[in-house]
Design a binder for this molecule. Structure first.
Ligand SMILES: C[S@@+](CC[C@H](N)C(=O)[O-])C[C@H]1O[C@@H](n2cnc3c(N)ncnc32)[C@H](O)[C@@H]1O
Length: 346
């Protein structure tokens, strides 16, 4: 705060006035006359305040300091607009300065139909609306999360906005990423329905490829995306049901910051951090122990970090073969996998 005062960014009222009402009657009198500080048009001190007594005998200032911001200091130089959204068919009817034009859900339905050739999803939001909102609310390298992504309009909006930014030529432009989540919308009538896979993820592929005469994006322009499926495991069943596949992507994200194609086999390689090979071992048996014992020499690694269902046994077995490995529990990795690095084994 002191720094801002020194920089002249805190502007104090020009004629500061401070009042102290020494009795409740004097305060009530001032309230009656409207001679108390105001926030906009409303009085900040009112008779109905439960703690009005608190203000008796205390100095109360009129006016309030203001904070001066420079445009260059804003996180996003585009000022948020009012939420006044003018539907396309009423464009021109309003004089509201800070409004933006958005189409209606019909636009959403039309675009989904252009991409899929039929009405694959009924409640798609208009792309123009989501793009306008993202243009206001994001910076070019933000990650946009839509937890109720439905047909994936948000993902398409991110891709289009990135492409538009890139056309401005700015080096930092066009780097937004998206995380889209959706349910499958499967029901007892349609148990195999998978909206997330067949509409949301598929829409991203088609938009990236190009659709309905609209050009797609190069890999460099759009990047890639990973489609991941969550498995629901009841807490009581975790010990019986989890396996390496459940932990693999979580560990890849946590340890390497990437999503990896999942390798087949009982020993799965996550990757390497410096001279340490990161591995996931689903089953500890004679064969996997031999594979792991040979690993350092085969891959020129000084150290192994292995996630397995039986870390203690694995550690002992490898030690008898002269191989030093840090063995971690897969269970811990899953249960505590989302905690910050350094806490727990994961
Ligand atoms: C109104 S739609 C979103 C439409 C989206 N904005 C678009 O333009 O396509 C809401 C979506 O959230 C999904 N959904 C509902 N419950 C969910 C949950 N618990 N987790 C993730 N997605 C969910 C539904 O499947 C539905 O597709």
């Amino acid at each position: 705060m002191e720094e801002f005062i020194e920089l002249g960014q805190i502007i104090f009222p020009t004629n500061p006035r401070v009042e102290t009402w020494v009795t409740m009657d004097a305060l009530l009198d001032a309230i009656e006359k409207g001679d108390v500080p105001k926030g906009g048009k409303s009085q900040l001190l009112r008779k109905d305040l439960p703690d009005l007594e608190y203000w008796v005998g205390r100095p109360v200032g009129f006016g309030r300091p203001q904070f001066k911001r420079y445009k260059v200091d804003l996180r996003n130089q585009t000022q948020p607009l009012s939420s006044w959204i003018v539907p396309t068919f009423e464009d021109g009817d309003y004089e509201a300065e800070n409004s933006f034009v958005s189409s209606t859900n019909q636009e959403g339905a039309r675009i989904v139909a252009e991409i899929f050739g039929d009405r694959a999803f009924n409640y798609a939001k208009p792309l123009s609306l989501i793009k306008n909102l993202l243009a206001q609310a994001t910076r070019p390298n933000d990650i946009v999360l839509d937890f109720f992504a439905g047909s994936g309009t948000t993902g398409q909006a991110v891709l289009e906005l990135n492409a538009e930014d890139a056309s401005t030529g700015s080096a930092r432009a066009g780097q937004r990423r998206f995380i889209l989540c959706s349910s499958t919308e499967a029901t007892t009538k349609e148990p195999d329905k998978n909206l997330c896979r067949d509409v949301c993820a598929e829409r991203m592929r088609r938009v990236m490829r190009g659709y309905g005469g609209k050009a797609g994006y190069t890999l460099e322009q759009s990047g890639e995306f990973a489609y991941l499926q969550l498995d629901m495991v009841e807490a009581a069943d975790v010990h019986f049901e989890i396996d390496a596949a459940h932990a693999f992507q979580l560990l890849a994200l946590k340890r390497l910051g990437v999503i990896c194609a999942e390798p087949q086999g009982a020993v799965m390689r996550l990757g390497r951090v410096e001279d340490c090979e990161l591995l996931v071992c689903n089953e500890v048996n004679a064969e996997t122990i031999e594979t792991l014992a040979a690993w350092p020499q085969l891959h020129g690694a000084a150290r192994l970090a292995i996630y397995s269902t039986r870390p203690q046994t694995l550690s002992e077995q490898l030690a008898t073969r002269g191989v030093e490995a840090n063995c971690y529990s897969l269970m811990d990795a899953l249960l505590h996998g989302q905690a910050a690095s350094g806490s727990g084994a994961a």
